[in-house]
Write a protein that binds this ligand. Sequence first.
Ligand SMILES: O=c1[nH]c(NC[C@H](O)[C@H](O)[C@H](O)CO)c([N+](=O)[O-])c(=O)[nH]1
Length: 193
Amino acid sequence: MTPIKGPGAAQSHDGTGLRVAIIHARWNEQIIDALVSGAKKQLLAAGVTEENITVETVPGSYELPIGVQRLYAASQVQASAGEGISASDLLSSSTTDLKTTATTAPKKAFDAIIAIGVLIKGATMHFEYIADAVSHGLMRVQLDSGVPVIFGLLTVLTEEQGLERAGLGSSGMHNHGEDWGSAAVELGVKRRE
Ligand SMILES: O=c1[nH]c(NC[C@H](O)[C@H](O)[C@H](O)CO)c([N+](=O)[O-])c(=O)[nH]1
């Protein structure tokens, strides 16, 4: 019997010309790295060029909302300046410890941003507070700024659940990062229409 739960049939959208950022936390990095790779794979498959993909990091998932907000604002400044100033110049700040692997970012604001984090439940209520704050924070940044923010926060009860959702488990579950890459392309394209 076909499972009911899960994303609908993937739609294909042409991501040519889109500029997308992936911003990820640096906790639970084995899972994070797989999720980021999955998202990036889908972006490239949809025609987003390597140079139009910017990858940023923040210390943990709690910093994702401020990281997304600052990154998008910086890309808007860059777009209005009309110069390909380096992404590190865009985000040189000691407050949010944003690091970028991009060298010279293109001249337009991001069409979509994928926020990726992995929260694994511990013995305290810390998990619940971060999960709640980050989910509301990312939604607020998205609605306030108008840039689509793809929700890539895994909130899992065990490491195994996280590995499964990154396509690293034994059950053959797909890499959820791929869903997020596809969603970023779809929302980025529809935003231009
Ligand atoms: O991304 C995560 N951050 C975590 N904590 C750090 C948090 O996101 C902030 O970076 C930190 O509280 C400083 O603001 C996690 N845990 O504590 O378990 C976690 O599982 N995942």
